[in-house]
Design a protein around this ligand. Structure first.
Ligand SMILES: *[C@@H]1O[C@H](CO)[C@@H](O)[C@H](O)[C@H]1NC(C)=O
Ligand SMILES: *[C@@H]1O[C@H](CO)[C@@H](O)[C@H](O)[C@H]1NC(C)=O
Ligand SMILES: *[C@@H]1O[C@H](CO)[C@@H](O)[C@H](O)[C@H]1NC(C)=O
Ligand SMILES: *[C@@H]1O[C@H](CO)[C@@H](O)[C@H](O)[C@H]1NC(C)=O
Ligand SMILES: *[C@@H]1O[C@H](CO)[C@@H](O)[C@H](O)[C@H]1NC(C)=O
Ligand SMILES: *[C@@H]1O[C@H](CO)[C@@H](O)[C@H](O)[C@H]1NC(C)=O
Ligand SMILES: *[C@@H]1O[C@H](CO)[C@@H](O)[C@H](O)[C@H]1NC(C)=O
Ligand SMILES: *[C@@H]1O[C@H](CO)[C@@H](O)[C@H](O)[C@H]1NC(C)=O
Ligand SMILES: *[C@@H]1O[C@H](CO)[C@@H](O)[C@H](O)[C@H]1NC(C)=O
Ligand SMILES: *[C@@H]1O[C@H](CO)[C@@H](O)[C@H](O)[C@H]1NC(C)=O
Ligand SMILES: *[C@@H]1O[C@H](CO)[C@@H](O)[C@H](O)[C@H]1NC(C)=O
Length: 561
């Protein structure tokens, strides 16, 4: 009989063990209570699940939405505790919408983390109630698993960011619950309007604080209108898609306000953020090592500085650089269009071809000495810069440019316009090209360290040529203080460079004489000429300084190649 109590104590131990396990499990299931329009933050540990409850819902509210924003990662939000595919969303910005039932005064949503990081997943949450007159965001969903999907879906690549959402329905009261038909297709009156807004975070700022501040500014319709930048207004006759140019590493928040003009009400979707880069990818992600790019940009900047202040004096170097740029650009576009090589390979090949092009262009000048023809290419590069700047402005977002022919023709005209006007003043064209392009290279070198959007001025036309879909991308540049400072510096450097070159070139020949002619003359002179007198001293002095002026650039050319 002594065994019986011992058995009892065993069972007690087992019971205690299981109840401890149960409490451990309960501790990981956290309950959070929210009221209308209050922000909360929480750190989800590995295996944690959150039950988020919005309580004290007004009897007049007809639907409620939960916003969940994860910092630098994604979370799963669900309408039901089983996290079924048709009730859950996996994203870094999760929105859940619940239509309220009669008498319902609280809603519970479920959140858990997709990753099992040791340091946890930080989430920011808030919930909002809307009343019966407000339109219901995403209630006419036809594409995504959730029945009512107020989420904005974002996909990005190197070229463009696609923002996709679902159409809304007009609001209706909890009781009687007559769900109106979706206002789509040919029958509807298309009365709901969708305003797509964009908000840029500070450049190259990945911090949680600025992200949360930005999300708070892009949550309520009134704040969105005050802080965001309206990109486009759509209605249900259009596709609920927007394509925008990507700016890698630049934080951006999108949101959509749906307006009901008849009732004068509005509601906003769930703000969504992206940096157009991955936080986990170590090769091409947000924090990827870009020392090589920095080094190359620095070299380009030094060459640019040289070009900006002394480009015309060292005419052969100038021709080499511009021949290099033009050939490289064309080669890069052609290779990217017709092959699937990686960008590094394309850049490498086009640099090599560019160097050959530069040498050939210099040789062309060396042999024929045609200043006007040689400078034409230089002017075309300046024209490319000019056309790129024009198409970088809102002018580049006009609908006519969706057509490749219109765009191509206008861009070509933009390229040509500068050479056409300035080719008559060949020396001026040469000096202005040197100073503008040279100072842009200096700006690009600074850009590699400061992370601005100015490199996209010259890149966007290339993207347009290479990526078919980039045609529809809206280019809305994140111009901020740093960009304005750099643009001012660019203008200043261009003017300084041009003025100093004009000053130093005054009174000199516009262009050096044809090197081949000089070479031939020199060879003839050095041939034994028994009968003829030595050429008189003055002649020699006129040629020799010019020749020695040309020695330096030859050295630089070799150095550059
Ligand atoms: C919930 O908060 C929003 C935003 O402040 C407000 O517009 C709305 O009237 C509130 N709803 C209720 C029922 O308090
Ligand atoms: C997160 O919320 C707590 C209160 O729940 C608050 O004390 C804390 O300041 C919040 N964290 C941040 C970064 O605001
Ligand atoms: C609950 O959290 C503890 C640490 O706090 C962890 O060891 C345990 O694995 C978690 N339980 C589950 C079911 O994830
Ligand atoms: C609940 O809502 C009522 C009015 O709708 C308000 O007076 C009350 O303060 C709310 N309670 C809490 C805890 O917010
Ligand atoms: C609900 O709406 C009715 C009329 O629309 C109004 O009289 C009542 O005060 C509202 N109740 C609350 C809690 O806002
Ligand atoms: C979220 O929690 C549910 C139930 O607690 C679980 O079945 C599911 O696997 C969890 N999902 C993830 C991604 O951890
Ligand atoms: C959620 O998405 C992330 C990446 O987008 C993925 O790694 C993760 O496995 C997904 N989780 C679930 C539960 O589908
Ligand atoms: C958590 O991560 C480890 C490796 O990092 C992996 O072996 C394990 O399966 C993960 N656990 C879950 C629940 O995903
Ligand atoms: C809905 O809200 C607006 C303003 O927030 C208010 O004017 C209107 O009366 C509300 N409608 C109902 C049915 O409560
Ligand atoms: C909208 O986006 C989807 C997927 O991102 C794509 O399949 C569809 O063609 C796009 N529609 C338009 C009009 O761009
Ligand atoms: C619509 O509402 C806004 C404020 O929400 C108000 O300023 C505007 O005058 C209203 N317009 C009409 C036509 O009622």
């Amino acid at each position: 009989m002594a065994g019986y109590p011992r058995k009892m104590s065993w069972w007690c131990l087992v019971a205690v063990f299981f109840s401890t396990l149960m409490t451990l499990d309960a501790r990981n299931r956290t309950e959070i209570s929210l009221f209308n329009n209050t922000w909360t933050n929480f750190t989800l540990g590995s295996g944690d699940t959150l039950d988020v409850t919005l309580s004290n819902i007004s009897v007049n509210s007809s639907f409620a939405m939960l916003h969940v924003h994860a910092i630098h990662t994604s979370v799963v939000g669900s309408l039901a505790p089983d996290y079924h595919t048709y009730t859950s969303v996996n994203s870094s910005d999760v929105g859940l919408l619940t239509l309220l039932e009669k008498g319902q005064s609280s809603v519970t949503w479920f959140v858990n983390s997709t990753r099992n990081e040791t340091d946890g997943t930080k989430v920011w949450m808030m919930a909002l109630e809307y009343n019966a007159s407000d339109p219901i965001p995403g209630a006419c969903n036809q594409e995504f698993p959730l029945e009512n999907d107020p989420n904005i879906h974002v996909h990005y690549n190197l070229y463009e960011t696609i923002v996709q959402f679902q159409f809304s329905n007009v609001g209706f009261p909890r009781q009687p619950k007559g769900i109106p038909e979706c206002d789509q297709g040919s029958s509807g009156d298309h009365r709901l309007k969708y305003d797509v807004y964009q908000y840029y975070l500070p450049e190259h700022d990945f911090s949680e604080a600025s992200l949360v501040q930005g999300l708070k500014r892009m949550t309520h319709p009134a704040d969105i209108i005050a802080n965001g930048h309206l990109i486009r207004t759509l209605d249900s006759k259009k596709k609920p898609n927007m394509t925008l140019a990507s700016f890698k590493g630049q934080g951006v928040i999108y949101n959509v306000i749906v307006r009901d003009p008849k009732l004068n009400t509005s509601a906003s979707y769930i703000p969504v953020h992206t940096y157009a880069c991955s936080f986990t990818d170590t090769v091409a992600g947000c924090f990827a090592n870009n020392d090589v790019a920095k080094a190359l940009s620095t070299i380009a900047g030094v060459i640019g500085l040289f070009l900006c202040f002394t480009g015309h004096r060292y005419f052969k170097t100038e021709l080499f650089i511009f021949g290099f740029l033009a050939t490289m650009l064309i080669t890069f576009i052609l290779i990217s269009m017709y092959s699937d090589e990686s960008h590094a390979v394309c850049v490498g090949i086009s640099c090599m071809v560019g160097a050959v092009g530069g040498i050939l262009w210099t040789l062309f000048w060396w042999r024929f000495g045609l200043a006007v023809l040689s400078v034409l290419l230089v002017g075309l590069v300046l024209g490319y810069m000019f056309a790129s700047i024009i198409f970088f402005t809102p002018f580049g977002n006009l609908n006519v440019w969706l057509n490749d022919f219109n765009y191509g023709m206008s861009f070509a005209c933009g390229i040509m316009i500068i050479p056409v006007f300035l080719l008559a003043f060949t020396k001026t064209l040469s000096i202005v090209s040197c100073s503008v392009i040279g100072s842009y290279a200096v700006i690009l070198a600074l850009d590699a360290y400061l992370y601005t959007c100015l490199s996209y001025i010259a890149l966007n036309p290339i993207k347009r040529a290479v990526a078919q879909d980039f045609r529809v991308a809206v280019i809305s540049a994140p111009f901020q203080v740093k960009d304005y400072v750099l643009v001012a510096l660019w203008v200043l450097l261009s003017i300084l460079g041009a003025v100093s070159q004009f000053y130093r070139e005054r009174g000199r020949e516009d262009f050096p004489p044809c090197p081949y002619e000089l070479y031939r003359k020199k060879r003839q002179e050095s041939l034994p000429q028994p009968n003829i007198q030595q050429p008189d001293q003055q002649d020699r002095e006129e040629t020799e300084p010019l020749l020695s002026n040309q020695e330096a650039p030859t050295y630089v050319i070799n150095h550059v190649t």
